[in-house]
Design a protein around this ligand. Structure first.
Ligand code: 16G
Ligand code: ZN
Length: 533
């Protein structure tokens, strides 16, 4: 049975604030860091129970609030294959985090053990990491108390990016098997990425230096390491690396700033030369946005949709050259936020599916293809190769040198791409590979299709749960009548498209609008927001 005495005494050190309701949402628990102590303690226990439930396989815990402001923090659990926590357990986590006292907590835990049929005699193994937020160390020690309460075996991966933590989880759980994902260390990660990158660009002209905006977060540490492993193969020029300056994290920099404001981070204005490529990571380095200034100094953004278009077309071409067109089907997964022009571009080339926002929806949909490319417009995404596809690539007997080269490239791509989750550094190298192969400048990449002008807005409402959607969040079913009004507005704008959805991470409703003209997209967004308010 549960070590109730130990749990009780440790839980008393981490009381739940009485006035707060916690929710395990799209990105785990996420709110003001100063309110999360009890949640972290309890997540430590939940991680241990999840591991026991899965026969002692290692569970990951990541302490981060990604692109959110510095005072925020959060925590999410990673399942053994490096994937997001199974949906049913999101509910368990929410229930347990809201138990008001230590004895309520024990009761909630006992009920989870019963309903999930957890064998408590099994071992519990966890690996955990945090980003650079000042609230991180305190929250990590609360988490460690949770491990202690369950006598779990834990491994501290220190300060690491979210994708590195996912990588470690998968490596640990596949260690010594024929599906070994790699060496379960940070060095193993950098080596895997840099080695496959070098193979992929061998014989190509070295790309000019790439400016990397590290959002003053943990990505700065990882990019610095990666830079060393890359050596002469690619030079990263790191900017916004002030990880200890209070208030700097994600402040007027980073992938979310660039995507939402559609602007160059002011800190780069004196650094970036016309025509030069640059990219921004977010606070935990799982999102990536590229951009460049043209000859007139005008800013152009290359977001997740542009990355999807670039990468999907490249993989389709390699599969074709390899002679595997009939055997390996490539597909793309997007969300409603995907620019309409990107969807059109992709649909002309391969199957495209639209799913609700959130990595788990995209990831699962992408798993249905032999090769599934998924990217959110916000820059989070990756490419998944199914196991049969991986097997096919290793067993395939090419009949020409061109076929053989294409297959080698595909195999190297499966190593370069972090298949557990979106990974800004891995995606960045992926983009660089395609640009090198195609000899594309940022401008040529950007001209694959022309983005429809678009605008994102958020509206505070008394109750965001009153907003319910269908058709992959593209239409509202409630409040009643609102969708009809939105449709009437949309019809008045050329190329107009707009939708409204409740945020899964903030207490707001989001509005997206696009139209043929900039002014029209802005106006449509404003008017739809006006309907919501
Ligand atoms: C989280 C999700 C991201 C999604 C965003 C939507 C993960 C790892 N990240 O950042 O995929 O786009 O939330 O936020 O799941 P929203 O619901 O507030 O619009
Ligand atoms: Zn992130």
């Amino acid at each position: 049975s549960l070590p109730t005495k130990l749990i009780q005494s440790l839980s008393d050190l981490h009381p739940k604030p009485s006035h707060i309701h916690f929710q395990y949402g799209t990105a785990g628990f996420r709110t003001l860091g100063s309110t999360l102590d009890s949640v972290l303690f309890r997540v430590g226990i939940i991680a241990a129970l999840r591991s026991k439930k899965l026969d002692g396989r290692t569970i990951g815990v990541m302490v981060t609030a990604s692109h959110n402001p510095e005072p925020d923090n959060g925590v999410k659990l990673v399942d053994p294959r490096g994937e997001m926590l199974e949906a049913a357990w999101e509910g368990h986590a929410t229930t347990i985090s809201n138990a008001s006292t230590s004895s309520d907590l024990i009761e909630a835990l006992e009920s989870l053990v019963q309903t999930a049929k957890i064998d408590l005699s099994k071992p519990a193994n966890v690996v955990y990491a945090r980003d650079t937020r000042p609230s991180g160390p305190g929250l990590v020690s609360a988490l460690e108390d949770g491990f202690k309460a369950m006598s779990a075996t834990s491994r501290n991966a220190g300060v690491a990016t979210t994708p590195i933590l996912h990588y470690l989880v998968k490596c640990i759980n596949t260690k010594g098997t024929k599906y070994s994902y790699g060496d379960d260390s940070e060095e193993g990660y950098y080596r895997k990425l840099s080695t496959s990158y070098k193979k992929l660009v061998a014989g190509k002209a070295v790309q000019p230096p790439l400016i990397v905006d590290c959002a003053n977060g943990v990505g700065a540490l990882a990019a610095e390491q990666l830079n060393e492993y890359l050596g002469d193969a690619l030079q990263l020029v790191l900017e916004n690396t002030s990880i200890t300056t209070p208030g700097a994290l994600n402040n007027a920099c980073g992938a979310d700033y660039v995507k939402v404001s559609q602007k160059l981070p002011p800190s780069l204005s004196s650094v970036l030369k016309p025509g030069q490529r640059a990219c921004s990571l977010d606070g935990d380095a799982d999102r990536l946005i590229y951009y460049y200034l043209d000859d007139r100094g005008v800013f152009h953004m290359l977001d997740g949709d542009k990355i999807a278009a670039l990468v999907a077309a490249f993989i389709v071409e390699l599969v074709k050259v390899a002679g595997l067109e009939d055997q390996i089907k490539v597909g793309v997964v997007q969300t409603a936020y995907a620019n309409g022009a990107s969807t059109r571009y992709l649909q002309e080339r391969l199957p495209v599916k639209c799913v609700p926002t959130g990595v788990k929806h995209l990831h699962h949909a992408a798993e249905r293809y032999n090769v599934g490319v998924y990217f959110e417009a916000n820059g989070h995404g990756t490419v998944l190769f199914s196991q049969p596809t991986l097997d096919k690539l290793t067993e395939y007997q090419p009949s020409t040198p061109a076929q053989s080269r294409a297959v080698e490239h595909l195999v190297s791509l499966t190593e370069l791409i972090n298949q557990t989750v979106g990974d800004a550094l891995s995606d960045m190298l992926l983009v660089e590979v395609v640009l090198a192969h195609k000899s594309y400048s940022g401008e040529e990449w950007n001209s694959l299709y022309v983005d429809l002008p678009n605008r994102l807005a958020k509206v505070s409402v008394p109750n965001r749960n009153a907003f319910r959607t269908e058709d992959a969040e593209r239409r509202l079913v409630s409040p009643p009548g609102l969708q009809t009004k939105i449709d009437e507005l949309i019809n008045r704008y050329q190329g107009g498209r707009s939708f409204v959805r409740p945020s899964g991470t903030e207490d707001v409703v989001r509005v997206y609008a696009e139209a043929a003209l900039r002014t029209q997209a802005d106006e449509l967004a404003m008017r739809v927001a006006g309907l919501v308010y």
